[in-house]
Design a protein around this ligand. Structure first.
Ligand SMILES: Cc1cc2nc3c(=O)[nH]c(=O)nc-3n(C[C@H](O)[C@H](O)[C@H](O)COP(=O)(O)OP(=O)(O)OC[C@H]3O[C@@H](n4cnc5c(N)ncnc54)[C@H](O)[C@@H]3O)c2cc1C
Length: 395
């Protein structure tokens, strides 16, 4: 059997690996010229931990994890206003909460393609899928700059993220499924040996209104930055003619020396996208299926994008991998959706809860957030909050 997987993000890479291990031939097509270096730290717990242990990916993932002791909110002078003890949450969650830099997780998933026998998976970087076609005879994929069909297969997997072209072509326009949560998020990494040591082993977040910048010192002399701000759409709003970098410089002015410094070094086109969820009534149609953010983005505020991408792709591999006839494809995809949808739904609800309190709109809301964070140091309340954050695993 043969599959085309569109998108070599975490979901696409793991889907390709699992299908390859099951004996499928896979064409994995990615529009970026190489693995993308952007992204911030992601929490990794729950379904992704269980799934990566089951499929033998956990050692690779754990090897690139960071040990975070605390998340600290600071004022513009750098003084701490409140802090969250990460170690405690990790213990409450059975020690299975990892902190991973998104590009590290993607590279770990890419390296894991070596677990598959050579030539089963062909990875095509720098190939932008522009059109897909699916009928009873199979699927066909067209790419930018190449006339006619570029790839043909039995199954098409859309693992192409929140702005999925596969979704748009097979299921309908983005506006039907994308639910913005009212903010944008940017992430980039800069080399800053002076700031780096003071930002290691903890997340430092600005205790600010309507925007938050997060900084973390990496193992090298780099600093990873993460910035979330309210979205005001329209030509005269914040998404006006400014470049992403200039917009970030405007939005995040006045939050202190460290933020000013990383913004000085910010690349011209950092990752900068709407914070949104994807809500769809169906994830598979005929020979096409969506996986990861393409069908069930939970938003980065749910902190589970990477974990769910791995777990969803692993389940898809479990169900599609054993298929050896075209008649068996559709039932396998239906079963995938039946089993995976409740998990995504629960995480999306958590993402919406997080979105409602993530950016305080005024001083009163900011005070409330400080109070809640301080209360997490009280035994009992810490357990309650851990359960809210990590869900069922914090029993
Ligand atoms: C650059 C980047 C930075 C991110 N930073 C963060 C972060 O800091 N924190 C966080 O929680 N989440 C972040 N995310 C989202 C996070 O990666 C996902 O929530 C999670 O990993 C699920 O991944 P996915 O594989 O489903 O989708 P994605 O990670 O979005 O991967 C989709 C892939 O498909 C490719 N693609 C899209 N369209 C096409 C096309 N037409 N043809 C070929 N390829 C295509 C994209 O280039 C991308 O590599 C980021 C995503 C990206 C792309």
């Amino acid at each position: 059997m043969k599959a085309v997987v569109v998108g070599a993000g975490i979901a696409g890479l793991v889907t390709a690996r699992q299908l390859g291990l099951a004996g499928w031939d896979v064409e994995l097509v990615e529009k970026s010229a190489a693995p993308r270096p952007d992204g911030y730290m992601m929490d990794f717990f729950g379904p992704g931990v269980e799934a990566s242990e089951r499929i033998g990916l956990y050692p690779r993932v754990a090897a690139v994890a960071y040990q975070i002791e605390a998340a600290e909110y600071v004022d513009a002078a750098g003084h701490r206003t409140s802090s969250l003890d990460f170690d405690r949450f990790s213990r409450l969650a059975g020690g299975k909460v990892l902190s991973l830099l998104r590009p590290d997780l993607e590279r770990a998933a890419l390296a894991a393609l070596n677990d598959v026998e050579p030539d089963r998976i062909r990875v095509h970087y720098g190939v932008h899928v522009s059109k897909v076609w699916s009928d009873d005879d199979g699927v066909r994929v067209f790419v930018d700059g190449v006339p006619g069909v570029k790839f043909a297969a039995d199954v098409l997997v859309g693992a192409d993220g929140i702005h999925s072209i596969v979704r748009a072509q097979v299921f309908g326009a983005e506006e039907e499924y994308l639910r913005p949560l009212g903010m944008r998020a940017a992430a980039f990494i800069v080399t800053e040996p002076t700031l780096n040591p003071g930002l290691r082993n903890r997340f430092v977040l600005t205790d600010s209104i309507d925007r938050v910048a997060g900084l973390h010192g990496l193992r090298t002399d780099q600093v990873a930055a993460f910035m979330v701000y309210r979205e005001t759409p329209g030509p005269t709003g914040r998404q006006g003619p400014l470049s992403p970098r200039d917009r970030l410089r405007r939005e995040f002015a006045g939050l202190g020396h460290a933020v000013d410094r990383v913004l000085e070094l910010c690349p011209e086109h950092p990752y900068d996208d709407v914070v949104a969820q994807i809500l769809m009534p169906g994830w598979q149609k005929g020979r096409t299926v969506l996986v990861g953010d393409a069908c069930g983005a939970v938003s980065l505020l749910a902190g589970q994008g990477g974990s769910l991408a791995i777990a969803g792709a692993a389940l898809l591999g479990d169900l599609l991998g054993p298929v050896t006839s075209t008649e068996a494809i559709s039932p396998a995809l239906t079963e995938f959706e039946r089993r995976w949808r409740p998990v995504v739904k629960e995480a999306q609800a958590a993402g919406r809860r997080a979105a409602s309190s993530f950016l305080p709109a005024n001083r009163a809301q900011r005070l409330l957030r400080r109070w809640i964070i301080r209360a997490t140091h009280v035994p009992g309340i810490d357990r309650l909050v851990a359960r809210q954050i990590v869900g069922r695993i914090a029993k």
